[in-house]
Write a protein that binds this ligand. Structure first.
Ligand code: NAP
Length: 256
């Protein structure tokens, strides 16, 4: 059985949504958690909440795009709680992008946070993990990584890149003692999806999704896509002829 006690976990994007819920849940299970995000006051509140529940947590204010800042905060976490056992690269942003209104600066922002932010996070922990021959790198990708979706070019591209990046790492790190887990969630109720008018099929409660993510990390799954209903539809979409996929996808936009 997996034990979270004495595990040190670095979570990016921990001020809100999935990252916040993971931090609270893993601390409740006995892990010492380092919470990375930009909004200092939110991190302070979450850390207070964890500590008042007798948990161990450290607020680590940083932008994932700042490689030195992330490295510095990872060092602080190591000094405070010891070697980092698990990285959860979760920080991410979305945003609707229709082809006709393409804004390169907006696309760059999404790719910077979702891909290069995760790269910076990995770089802040991997050398020590590899040296110890022990550790786990977790990416919070998305079911959107598998095929292009309407009005989501930047987001889909960023998640496809993120998944591929971590897949390559997983192969490089085979037999190194460092495991890689890529999580591909469907829609989850968080501030990220709040207020969207478009129908989101199989929209999940946050607690349910966090439970699934924690279990996949514990089982050290190489990749985990959920909920199974939407994951099955996506798998079907992957083998669908392009002309058929395009027609179906065009009629099913999850963005206004
Ligand atoms: N919700 C869903 O339906 C869903 C589905 C599939 C995948 N995901 C993925 O899950 C992850 C978390 O999403 P969520 O739903 O929890 O969204 P959320 O509630 O909006 O949280 C996003 C988190 O990312 C952090 N973040 C954004 N830019 C950052 C930056 N430059 N540096 C550091 N932290 C940054 C935010 O913190 P600050 O603003 O304080 O920096 C916040 O803590 C994302 O990668 C998202 O793509 C979400």
């Amino acid at each position: 059985m997996y034990r979270w006690q004495n595990k040190v976990v670095l979570i990016t994007g921990a001020s809100s949504g999935i990252g916040k819920a993971l931090a609270i849940e893993l601390a409740r299970r006995g892990a010492s958690v380092g919470l990375v995000a930009r909004r200092e006051e939110l991190l302070a509140e979450i850390v207070d909440q964890i500590k008042s529940d007798s948990g161990m947590a450290l607020p680590l204010v940083a932008d994932v795009n700042d490689a030195n800042a992330i490295r510095g905060q990872a060092d602080r976490l190591r000094l405070e709680f010891g070697p980092i056992d698990v990285l959860i690269a979760n920080a991410g942003i979305g945003g609707a992008t229709h082809a006709i209104e393409l804004q390169p600066a907006q696309v760059a922002k999404v790719i910077n946070v979702n891909v290069l932010g995760a790269v910076n996070s990995v770089a802040a922990v991997l050398p020590e993990m590899a040296e110890r021959g022990k550790g786990q790198l977790v990416a919070i990708s998305s079911l959107s990584a598998y095929r292009g979706l309407p009005k989501s070019a930047a987001y889909c591209a960023s998640k496809a890149a993120l998944s591929c990046f971590f897949e390559s790492l997983r192969i490089d790190l085979m037999n190194s003692g460092v495991n890689v887990t890529i999580i591909h969630p469907g829609f989850i109720k968080t501030p990220f999806t709040a207020g969207r008018k478009a129908k989101m099929p199989y929209l999940m409660d946050l607690d349910y999704a966090v439970d699934k993510i924690v279990r996949a990390i514990e089982k050290q799954k190489k990749t985990y896509a959920f909920p199974w209903q939407l994951a099955s539809i996506v798998r079907l979409a992957m083998i669908m002829p392009t002309f058929m996929y395009d027609r179906i996808a065009a009629r099913n936009s999850f963005r206004e």
